[in-house]
Write a protein that binds this ligand. Structure first.
Ligand code: BGC
Length: 746
């Protein structure tokens, strides 16, 4: 503003300033009520100090009762109540720990937010339902993962939340696991880097981040009572490596320990997992929060490394105080627990940037949701260039099945984001399936306005086949619903959908199958259809994204973050390891006072495939998958050449050999020297290379030494095995045209 303009505006400015002051005074109690207490001046508010120094200063100010109050929730009832019965200041969602206003300690307002912020409907709020995280991972794009995390973080902050319970990173060891859609695939390095990028960006929005469920919570069946037996090396090089990378990349403020037992101890009182590996070896400085009702003791858990019980106070409320007073839990340990919580809050800037509510940017949310979906849909089969569809040349299209007239499927459980405007298939709710209002049928009509696009629900196979026969092209939508709390009994499509696809394919050779699933499915009809697209649970703009892929407005770039098996017989455990039926006395309330009973019978499962998770299993056992890890087609083609390798770097050329612009995900794998005893290759680097038609680029990728190491159980440490390392590069774990070697000192 120039001086003249300033003079002209002065009286108005003064008026505005006064009005703003009056308003600020009037609003002050209101904002305090919403968890923004006025900042008390204390030395811990000095931003030049480190989060650790600030946390130490604050711990000194706290009484014993105040310390304890920061380490537990106050019961399921409180968070499960409707908006009218919430405790003062609680926003409602999964968890609430009141802060301490006299010292300016913020409330921990926790929300489940794996694929977007949950529990919006009951409060009349807006949150963007994003494509599931397995979809985001199929983009292999850490930049996109950052956008995904930033969006969720911003929408949490908009709504006044201060902590996410997202960050699911249990690896896909069991492809029938009901929560795979909330996780990041089967490879620890891909999963670790994608989750790490997502959580870092989320924390930049001043939200405490979380990684879950630590650890070996790779199936839902019997999840609270199953004792997972696995060797240290197997865990360190698979599941735990994913957590290690994500924790280091993101500096996540919290790690949620899981329900299950690992080698005899509950994960939330497991000294090996929490103290020795997470806190000591990974150098994790945040706090360990229990999964909901996954705490089983006071002193044992606290001394093993658990810092916070949620959502109850049964172990970390009064019993923790007693345990501290009696010396069972040393005061120094209690102080460390509190320090970790406060440190995480300082580190994300929660003290300096208290919640700042606003109406979420719906437009931005929808734009990101569609972009992520477009980057995550994997083209699995495209015989004779069936896709993309040329709208101008097609007169009639049959759209069949999976409520494609109404919307797209969502995954279920605590990661399920409420659909904008309500369930697109209301008969399926309130406890059934949830569908987002993004109709693929409408979107296909928009892409092909001149064509006759007819819909058949797919309930009557003959009717669907007749429509397919009368149309130029048939697009069959199929789905595989999955949810927290339950695993799939098989990878096969449920409810007669396989027969539907076969009947349609028999009626029309131009049959395209679009899959909405949380992970791999089997495809007995694969040889009879001309094209297959894996759309995962594609979120609130999924219909539009699918149509844009089908008509080539978006060129597919995504690749599989999980192996698709030909049949369950090829899995490490052809039969899922279910909990045995309850014996006498095993049926107990789920938590003290819970109105429902569960089978509490403990049982062991042996993850004897060890570190042979996903593609490593298929490689080591010489099995042919249906579609391998890292695989995905595009509407253009790529070639690879000129590999140069050293222990620190890999360089090669990628060329777009087709006629349209695209982006190739280039993958680098290493096979370790024979002495390592690992008869398979492992992903060690990847990048996404945008390329115009005919364009080539030189790609140079750093080789992270840690990703080449093995875990030596005897030495309890990582080491590089001396000998020859083979490096391969290409477009999928089973299509690696480039090969080179280097030696590491012998
Ligand atoms: C789930 C967690 C979730 C928590 C709170 C648990 O049942 O396993 O992933 O964050 O509930 O809703």
């Amino acid at each position: 503003m120039t001086p003249t303009r300033l003079r002209t505006h002065l009286p108005r400015l003064l008026r505005l300033t006064l009005a703003a002051l009056v308003l600020a005074l009037a609003v002050a109690p209101v904002t305090a009520q919403f968890g923004r207490p006025r900042k008390p001046a204390g030395p811990w508010m000095d931003k030049t100090l480190s989060p650790d120094q600030r946390a130490d200063l604050l711990v000194k100010e706290l009484t014993l009762d105040e310390k304890i109050s920061l380490l537990h929730g106050n019961g399921w009832e409180e968070i499960m109540s409707g908006p009218d019965q919430l405790p003062p200041r609680a926003l409602g969602n999964a968890g609430f720990i009141p802060g301490i206003p006299r010292l300016g300690i913020p409330d921990l307002q926790m929300a489940d937010a794996t694929v977007g912020v949950t529990h919006s409907s009951v409060f009349g709020r807006y949150s963007t339902p994003l494509p599931s995280t397995i979809a985001e991972t199929a983009s292999w794009d850490v930049g996109l993962a950052r956008e995904y995390g930033a969006l969720i973080g911003r929408e949490l902050r908009d709504q006044g939340y201060t902590m996410t319970l997202g960050g699911g990173i249990d690896i896909t060891r069991e492809p029938r696991c009901g929560r795979n859609f909330e996780y990041h695939g089967e490879d620890p390095i891909l999963a670790g880097l994608m989750t790490g990028a997502e959580m870092k960006a989320l924390q930049e929005q001043h939200i405490v981040g979380d990684l879950k469920h630590y650890a070996m919570n790779d199936q839902e069946s019997g999840r609270s009572y199953v004792n997972v037996k696995a060797g240290k090396r197997a865990m360190r090089e698979s599941d735990l490596l994913a957590f290690e990378i994500a924790a280091r990349e993101s500096g996540a403020g919290a790690v949620m320990c899981s329900y299950n037992l690992v080698n005899g101890d509950y994960a939330c009182e497991n000294d090996y997992l929490l103290n020795q590996v997470l806190k000591k070896d990974f150098g994790f400085q945040g706090f360990v929060i229990s999964d909901w009702s996954a705490t089983h003791s006071t002193a044992k858990a606290a001394n093993a490394g658990l810092d916070m019980q949620m959502p109850e106070s049964s172990y970390f409320g009064a019993p923790l105080k007693k345990a501290v007073e009696s010396g069972q839990v040393p005061m120094a340990r209690l102080d460390n627990m509190v320090h970790r919580v406060l440190r995480s809050e300082f580190a994300v800037g929660l003290f300096d940037n208290p919640p700042d509510r606003r109406v979420p940017d719906v437009f931005h949310g929808l734009e990101v949701a569609e972009r992520v979906a477009g980057q995550s849909i994997v083209l699995l089969k495209n015989a004779n260039g069936q896709l993309p569809l040329a709208a101008a040349k097609i007169h009639s299209i049959a759209v069949i099945g999976s409520h494609a007239d109404a919307g797209v499927l969502s995954g279920g459980g605590s990661g399920q984001v409420d659909p904008i405007g309500g369930n697109a298939v209301p008969a399926a709710g309130p406890f059934g399936l949830v569908w987002h209002r993004s109709s693929p049928l409408k979107a296909i009509r928009a892409e092909a306005p001149a064509a006759k696009v007819a819909y058949d629900p797919g309930m009557d196979t003959n009717a669907a086949a007749a429509l397919a026969k009368a149309s130029d092209v048939a697009v069959v939508f199929v789905n595989q619903p999955t949810s927290e709390g339950d695993d799939l009994r098989s990878l096969s499509l449920p409810g007669g959908q396989n027969s539907l696809v076969s009947a349609v394919a028999a009626a029309n050779p131009r049959t395209i199958v679009v899959i909405e699933s949380g992970g791999p499915i089997t495809m007995p009809w694969i040889d009879n259809v001309s094209a297959v697209v894996e759309a995962w649970y594609p979120g609130t703009r999924g219909g539009e994204a699918i149509a844009k892929i089908l008509f080539g407005e978006v060129n597919p770039t995504a690749k599989l973050p999980v192996t698709f098996a030909k049949s369950e017989a090829d899995l490490p455990h052809p039969k899922e390891m279910l909990q045995p039926p309850p014996a006498k006395g095993d049926m107990q309330p789920m938590f003290p006072g819970a109105p429902w009973m569960v089978n509490t019978r403990r049982y062991d499962i042996e993850y004897d495939e060890g570190l042979l998770v996903g593609y490593k299993w298929y490689d080591a056992k010489n099995k042919q998958p249906l579609f391998p890890f890292g695989y995905g087609l595009s509407y253009t083609t790529y070639s690879y050449s000129g590999l140069k390798v050293s222990p620190a770097k890999v360089t090669f050329e990628v060329k777009n050999t087709g006629k349209r612009a695209g982006a190739e995900i280039a993958e680098v794998y290493a096979t370790l020297p024979g002495a390592a005893g690992e008869p398979f290759h492992r992903l060690v680097a990847f990048t996404k290379v945008p390329l115009g038609p005919g364009e080539s680029k030189t790609v140079t990728l750093d080789l992270n030494r840690h990703y080449l190491e093995i875990f030596n159980e005897d030495k309890n440490g990582w080491e590089l095995v001396p000998g020859e390392y083979t490096i391969q590069a290409g477009g999928s774990s089973r299509d690696l045209p480039l090969k080179g070697t280097f030696k590491i000192g012998q």
